[in-house]
Structure formats: structure tokens, C-alpha cells
Design a protein around this ligand. Sequence first.
Ligand SMILES: *Cc1c(COP(=O)(O)O)cnc(C)c1O
Length: 359
Amino acid sequence: MRAYNFCAGPAALPTAVLEKAQRELLDWQGKGVSIMEMSHRSSDYVAVSAKAEADLRKLMNIPENYKVLFLQGGASLQFSAIPLNLLGKNNKADYIHTGIWSEKALKEAQRYGDIHTVEAATQIDGKFAIKPEQEWNLSADAAYVHYAENETIGGIQFKDIPNVQAPLVSDLSSSILSAPLDVSKFGLIYAGAQKNIGPAGLTIVIVREDLLDQAKPEIPSILKYSAQAKNDSMVNTPATYAWYLAGLVFEWLLEQGGVDAIHKINLAKAELLYGYIDASDFYNNPIAVPNRSLMNVPFTLANADLEKLFLKEAEEHHLLNLAGHRSVGGMRASIYNAVPLEGVQALVDFMDGFVKRHG
Ligand SMILES: *Cc1c(COP(=O)(O)O)cnc(C)c1O
């Protein structure tokens, strides 16, 4: 049987998608070979890659003046690619610091330019929260403002898109496609695929065309957005299988009714889990309500000595990967698009049973 997988990444994929990939594995659409064994320049593969882009554009309603790139190296390589492409003449950018991923991004950017860090993490009544924009103190001449829309490890998420002057750059690795998003508000969006899109090995970059021509001259061609855009993300061999699988996930999402429909389910999942945690004296979520993540729900047990037992019994109930990130401990349930409402219900039922047995 397939377990419910709450892994933060690489994360659950829709069963229907894996089944389709399995059916097509040995003989893709009667061609006698797997899609993995095809040239990325073949007309068959180019059609698959173009369809994936078209479907993503449809799902996110991406305006015409944005390029969509299918790259490699994960979100982490974008931590370097972004400053190398976008810092421009002023060589200056603002980075909003809200947790571990935004910190990694700004540390990497500091190698290339003058990075102004905005400490935006705060506490309200003992709960972690994000400071309102009015308190950010942004630079007047930043080439861009970077933030991590959803901090996957901390489980803290921005409630609204920041309203800033400079082009907005956002790490959406763990929240892309989970809720409607106005792409036109951004200069650049990027996301590693392995949370809400597909298997690891693929990174999506959505970048406004007017930002393409200011890369540093020493930038590697593979990282250069203008070069990748001109070559349909095929400056070198792309992650062909991951790209194909992402395409299957996009088709699946469209069949579900698109982002609006999956967002409704995501809201129901989050409400169920946070609602249960809030009503319980045994479990606690450390994030202020307006900044709670829709996708990553960290929680602690009243008695930390029970954590190992919790994880062991959860596994026996086919509820997998609930341990928090090694840097923060506790528990974390990642409830990405591919985790169904029934999975979250099974988790809540298990958590309730656990309190009755051991609480
Ligand atoms: C997982 C994650 C990353 C790192 O992604 P890699 O693809 O492993 O480089 C960066 N940012 C966020 C918000 C993430 O969730």
C-alpha cells in the first residue's frame, strides 16, 4: 500500500502521476523507448517540454512578458544565479531574513554584492511572526528585494505579497502552485521542484524579460537567464525525466481544477491540522496565526521524551516522515498538493489516539 508521506522534500507525488509514468516507462507513447532515453532535441521531447511550460503558464496565469526556465542545481544554485544575473550596476540588493532558507540565500548573495539584510523575524505573544513591511527599512537603490515566501523549516509564511519599489524576487520552493499568486507582482520567482512540482533535479525560474540583460560578464553561461531563455532552457542537457514528470504533475493539477481548486483543498487540510493542534493541550505550533504556513506545519509534543515513540507509531500507521528538520527538532507535517485531505485526517486521528494512549 502507499503510505501518507509528509516529507518536506523530496515530497509526495500524486499516485495517478506515478502510475502514468510507470505505464509509459518502457515504451513512451509507442516509440519503443523510455522518455529518459530520448534526445532532448528530438521533436517528441521538445513537444513534451513545451507542453509542460504551456501548462505551467496556464496554471499560474503567467504573463507573456515572463520567461519560464527549467533549470538544474536546485533552489540553492539560484541563491548564486540571482545576484549574478540581477545585481546590475548598483551591485546592491535587499534580503528579507525570516528563517533558514532566506538566510542561506543572503549568505550566498553576499559573495557577489552589497547585500542589505532586513531582519524581519519577530515574536508576538511568544509566537514567531513576520514584521510588517512598514518596519523593513529598505534601501532606496536596491536592484531587487529577495524573500522566501514560505520558510519550509520554520513553517512561517508571508500573508501578503510585499509591496516594494524594486523588483521582487521570491523563493517559492515549498509554496509554488499551492495557492493563487499574481505573478505580475514579481520580477523573478524560483522554486526547486521536489516539494510541489515533481522529482528533485529540476528548478523552475519565472523571470520578467526586462531583467534579463544585466548579468555580470563572468557569469557561467548555464546560469545566465538570457542564454537559457534564448535556448529554451537547453544550453546543455536539461533534467529531461524530471521535466517530463513535472509536466505530468501540471496535467494532474489541471485535471483537479487548477490552482484555485487545489488551494481550497489545501485550506481544508491546514484548517483541520492547525485546528486540531490548537484545540489540544498536548501539541503546539510555534507560529503566529497570520504567518502560519499552508504547506509546512511544525509542531511539538508536550513531552519531548515521547518524540521517538510518536515517530515509530506514526510509521506503523503508514504516516511517514514527520520528524522536524534536524536543525530545529520537534515534528513537522508537510502537506503539499499531493497529500490528500484523507491523509491529513489520518494524521489527526493518529495524533488524537496517541494522546489518549500516552498523553
Ligand atoms: C528546499 C528548499 C530550498 C533548497 O532547495 P534545493 O533544491 O535543495 O537547493 C530552498 N528554499 C526553500 C524555501 C526550500 O524549501
